[in-house]
Design a protein around this ligand. Structure first.
Ligand SMILES: [Fe+2]
Length: 199
């Protein structure tokens, strides 16, 4: 049984994401994925973390794997997204790595925004670390998780309509641009640095 992350400050990202959207996103969408996941897993015994379950999805009967993976991805992707919202500063270590892999922070930002605008349908744009320990920006559809592709998620942007439609309607472009005003780069840096310590 996995427990919920806690969010109480729904208005923390106004005016870029409204309190109303945050409330629904967390209480309805995220918690629904978590409830579905816990229900699906309730009849099994396992001692895996959520990330390990992605890697070991074949322990479940084949007819249940898609449904488990969809809800597991829904939980993992939302927990990362909510984690990377905020206003913290980037560490020198991550800043240097971004300069190394993208040229500069501005180039990274341009590439992230470009990829987000290219995503068709529901999904996420992710900053990930690949097998060579280099940063990449990728899009995933629906609730796919980069963990399935042996990539380590560092940061993401939720591009499902439920994440922005109440605030932006069809102006997805504005939602994507505004995301860069509400990224907690201190938390993104922390994830990056933890991975470096364990390599
Ligand atoms: Fe979402």
């Amino acid at each position: 049984m996995f427990s919920s992350i806690v969010i109480t400050n729904y208005d923390a990202y106004e005016p870029y994401i409204s309190s109303y959207t945050m409330n629904i996103h967390y209480n309805k969408h995220y918690k629904k994925y978590l409830d579905n996941l816990n229900n699906l897993l309730s009849k099994y015994n396992y001692e895996y973390s959520k990330e390990e379950l992605v890697k070991n999805i074949d322990i479940f009967p084949i007819e249940e794997r898609d449904n488990i993976l969809f809800n597991l991805g829904g939980v993992l992707n939302h927990e990362l997204f909510f984690n990377n919202l905020g206003y913290g500063q980037m560490s020198e270590e991550l800043k240097n790595k971004i300069d190394e892999d993208f040229g500069s922070f501005d180039d990274f930002k341009k590439e992230f925004i470009k990829q987000a605008n290219l995503l068709i349908g529901s999904g996420y744009t992710f900053l990930v670390l690949n097998k060579d320990n280099n940063l990449e920006i990728i899009n995933v559809a629906n609730q796919d998780t980069p963990i399935s592709y042996d990539l380590i998620p560092i940061m993401n942007l939720d591009l499902w309509e439920h994440a922005y439609y109440l605030d932006y309607q069809n102006d997805r472009k504005d939602y994507i641009n505004n995301f860069f005003s509400i990224i907690d780069f201190s938390k993104v840096s922390k994830i990056y640095e933890e991975i470096q310590k364990n390599i």
